[in-house]
Design a protein around this ligand. Structure first.
Ligand SMILES: Cc1cc2nc3c(=O)[nH]c(=O)nc-3n(C[C@H](O)[C@H](O)[C@H](O)COP(=O)(O)OP(=O)(O)OC[C@H]3O[C@@H](n4cnc5c(N)ncnc54)[C@H](O)[C@@H]3O)c2cc1C
Length: 401
């Protein structure tokens, strides 16, 4: 194998490039990124970087020079336009590249509201790229009223930051409760209380009808007719895996770019990692949107590109920072039928434990790092704690399994 072309210079693409080198690959590695910045971490975009607490350079995954030192040919501002899966060729804006292996790491794109809703007004922002956040930061000093569409993690983090900066923030959630897609009622209730305590208005069970304004946004009209003053709109209504190139190349798509357990797509020699890829997980295809997954997945798949035959085992974990709460999540709560709450000793501290047919499947820990660590360990080991004692904050976690 002489040349690997990686499409997408985000967390997964960058991790794959360095993993190939770490495993002794001495051929050419070309890392194509459509963005102009070198690979950077996205989690701080809706947290410390949006708040203005983190310098841009600290977002970068590697120091300048690291790519050259590792012999990785990073080409920023260079999109892949098409893939020919038979010829193993990637067409870029700067010309075609042949490859012995292609790794797709194209990530996700935010779901955008239709023009009929946005009216093409200025002041309506998304939260995915550095450019999005730079635009929000530039707008903030002239704004008073932020309306955040979507009460998922991104929307709630944006609400926390804009409130801390001094704006009036309102979250509009169409579902009956915030975090409905990802968390239990108990976790939603705790996060709602946290936001209310800090002055965020949360409206649930009501959707956005449209934005009104005069060149730039002035108000948000909700489905029930309520009109909210709004000079800054932030939309966080979910993401879609970026499958465009793969689909055009005829690769199998199944809630993302389909891969086998080793990360190979339906086209031999073409692999997919990170947010864009779906992979088998206990029988069904799964797609995860998180940094730890992007890193682990890229490392396993890089090994497989070089001839290992390792199935990827996902060990999902995730975090979110909102006001003074660190929410840490381990496992996947799909199919849960019981939630056990373990109260904590510190402000906002508690944990919610998800069980499916009596088996521990996930934990949400709010300012409860020990609960998170124990839960993560137990889930990975397939262990289930005693539920009654788990709910007793006096019971020592070490004695529960
Ligand atoms: C605001 C925000 C906050 C987040 N917070 C957390 C958190 O707290 N914890 C957590 O675990 N996860 C968090 N995530 C999710 C996490 O950042 C993603 O899961 C992770 O970045 C996925 O990595 P990736 O490399 O698969 O995709 P991405 O990071 O999206 O990278 C894909 C890259 O590919 C590029 N690309 C796409 N198509 C092409 C093409 N044709 N040619 C060249 N380049 C292309 C894109 O421009 C992009 O730069 C957050 C995400 C966002 C946006």
């Amino acid at each position: 194998m002489q040349r690997v072309v990686i499409i997408g210079a985000g967390q997964a693409g960058c991790s794959a490039a360095f993993a190939l080198r770490k495993r002794g690959f001495d051929g050419e590695i070309i890392l194509l990124g459509e963005e102009t910045d070198p690979p950077y971490q996205r989690p701080p975009l809706s947290k410390a970087y949006l708040l203005g607490d983190m310098e841009r350079a600290r977002l970068y995954l590697k120091p300048p020079g690291a790519y050259t030192d590792a012999g990785i040919d990073l080409r920023t501002g260079c999109d892949a336009i098409a893939i020919d899966a038979q010829q193993m060729r990637v067409d870029t804006a700067q010309g075609p590249l042949t490859a012995d292996a292609i790794i797709l790491a194209t990530g996700s794109k935010p779901i955008r509201l239709p023009e009929a809703v946005t009216g093409g007004l200025a002041g309506i922002h998304y939260v995915r790229d550095l450019a999005d956040i730079d635009a929000i930061r530039t707008a903030i000093p002239d704004c008073k009223n932020a309306v955040i569409i979507g009460g998922g993690y991104i929307g709630l983090e944006a609400a926390a930051v804009t409130t801390k900066i001094g704006l009036n923030a309102t979250v509009v959630e169409m579902a009956p409760r915030i975090l409905q897609r990802v968390a239990s009622r108990e976790t939603s209730d705790a996060m709602r209380a946290l936001h209310a305590h800090h002055g965020v208005t949360i409206l649930e069970n009501v959707g956005l009808a449209l934005f009104l304004g005069d060149g730039s946004v002035k108000s948000a009209v909700l489905a029930d007719g309520t009109e909210l003053p709004c000079d800054l709109a932030i939309v966080g209504v979910g993401i879609r895996p970026d499958i465009a190139l793969a689909q055009a190349a005829g690769l199998r798509i199944e809630n993302g770019i389909w891969t086998d357990a080793r990360g190979q797509t339906s086209a031999p020699g073409i692999w997919a990692v990170g947010d864009c890829a779906s992979f088998p997980h206990t029988g069904a295809p799964l797609r995860l949107e998180s940094v730890p997954h992007a890193i682990d997945h890229a490392e396993t798949v890089a090994a497989n590109v070089l001839g290992a035959r390792t199935d990827y085992t996902a060990r999902p974990w995730f975090w979110s920072d909102q006001f003074d709460v660190k929410l840490q999540i381990a496992g996947l709560n799909t199919g849960y039928d019981q939630v056990v709450t373990r109260p904590g000793g510190k402000p906002w501290s508690r944990s919610h434990w998800y069980f499916a047919a009596g088996r521990l499947v996930a934990v949400d820990a709010l300012n409860a790092p020990r609960d998170y660590m124990s839960g993560k360990r137990w889930i990975e080991a397939g262990q289930t704690p005693d539920r009654k004692r788990l709910a007793d904050p006096a019971a020592d976690l070490k004695t529960l399994v």
